[in-house]
Design a protein around this ligand. Structure first.
Ligand code: SF4
Length: 332
């Protein structure tokens, strides 16, 4: 009898889905991803979590609920650390517990840990403990793991070549983005957590809107790891949150790039790491750059009209600033 493992379309899905899917497929296990975020999914998540939780956690809870009665297991790794001597936000660590304590009639959760903090730790530990649920053959698990690492590498290369994570995770969405072509005269860097900026509902289709306004969009995920890490070293002290280090390093990099005309930083309301990141980016912008910076904070009450107005005003400012720079370079 075939088994189906559910994967919530939330949190680190945008980075790791190709790897997880490949691993399970090599063990003969089907995967099912929760549906795209809707108001209904968000409402369910809001009702089942505490008010203090940030928006991405509420959305993620909604996605788990969307899977509950359709799968045999839910894959919800307990993410402690994804890089040596760095941590990921503590809400990732506690997420399986939030789910267990707030959702009834859950299928079994696979909440094995990802913890790469210490030297010598490996992602294989996670995959071995998960694989044991489905086969007793260690060679089969190792082969599935190797295939999954190759899939992860391909996914990273795809992102570095300019594709956005949802374009590689979801072929339907890719087709939709491909239709979105037109003249683009400015480049905007959008800096934010993948689960905020790539979720169409949560971001209110921000990336698509920017493209429709004539912008090329670049994000932190299109930079190789060594680039954002090198840039983040401009800080006097290393940030120990991996995702925020990526965001800060990418922002510093894009402020320096002549082809980038403006930066948008997207933060979650109630997110401690994001408020720190926003402050660091803002200080850097004031000190080192003349590029327009827009700070957007989103939560479940953010209205679409307000977001559209701010994006349109920002695009006008970017074009106006570029024209001024052009005039200054021509006549002075
Ligand atoms: S980093 Fe911020 S937005 Fe992400 S899970 Fe933690 S608190 Fe929420």
């Amino acid at each position: 009898m075939s088994v189906t493992v559910g994967i919530p379309r939330a949190l680190l899905y945008y980075y790791y889905y190709p790897q997880w899917k490949t691993f399970f497929a090599h063990l003969g296990v089907k995967t099912l991803v929760s549906r795209e975020t809707t108001r209904g999914i968000l409402e369910k998540g809001i009702k089942s979590t505490v008010d203090e939780a940030c928006l991405p956690i509420k959305v993620a809870v909604g996605h788990v609920m969307d899977l509950c009665d359709r799968v045999d297991y839910i894959f919800l790794p307990r993410v402690v650390s994804t890089a040596r001597r760095e941590y990921i936000c503590p809400k990732f660590l506690g997420f399986p517990d939030i789910v267990r304590n707030n959702i009834e009639h859950l299928p079994p959760l696979m909440d094995n840990s990802i913890d790469l903090y210490r030297k010598g730790s490996s992602l294989y530990n996670l995959f071995y403990s998960v694989g044991k649920e489905f086969t007793h053959n260690p060679v089969r698990i190792m082969r599935a793991y190797q295939a999954s690492m190759a899939a992860l590498n391909n996914h990273c290369r795809d992102m570095e070549s300019g594709r956005l994570p949802f374009e590689t995770c979801d072929s339907n969405r890719h087709n939709r983005q491909d239709q979105d072509v037109g003249v683009r005269d400015v480049t905007i860097a959008v800096i934010g957590h993948p689960y905020n900026i790539y979720d169409h509902y949560i971001s209110m289709n921000m990336l698509k809107r920017l493209r429709d306004y004539g912008a090329n969009v670049v994000t932190a995920d299109q930079l190789p790891e060594h680039v954002f890490r090198r840039e983040a070293e401009k800080l006097p002290k290393q940030l120990f949150w991996t995702l925020n280090q990526r965001m800060v390093g990418a922002a510093f990099y894009y402020f320096d790039r002549p082809e980038v005309d403006g930066i948008i930083h997207v933060a979650s309301f109630g997110c401690g790491p994001d408020s720190m990141t926003g402050e660091l980016i803002e200080r850097f912008a004031r000190r080192e750059s003349r590029k327009p910076l827009l700070n957007l904070t989103i939560d479940e009450h953010t209205g679409e009209a307000g977001m559209v107005t701010r994006l349109e005003a920002f695009m006008d400012m970017v074009r106006w600033r570029r024209q001024l720079d052009y005039v200054a370079a021509t006549y002075y």
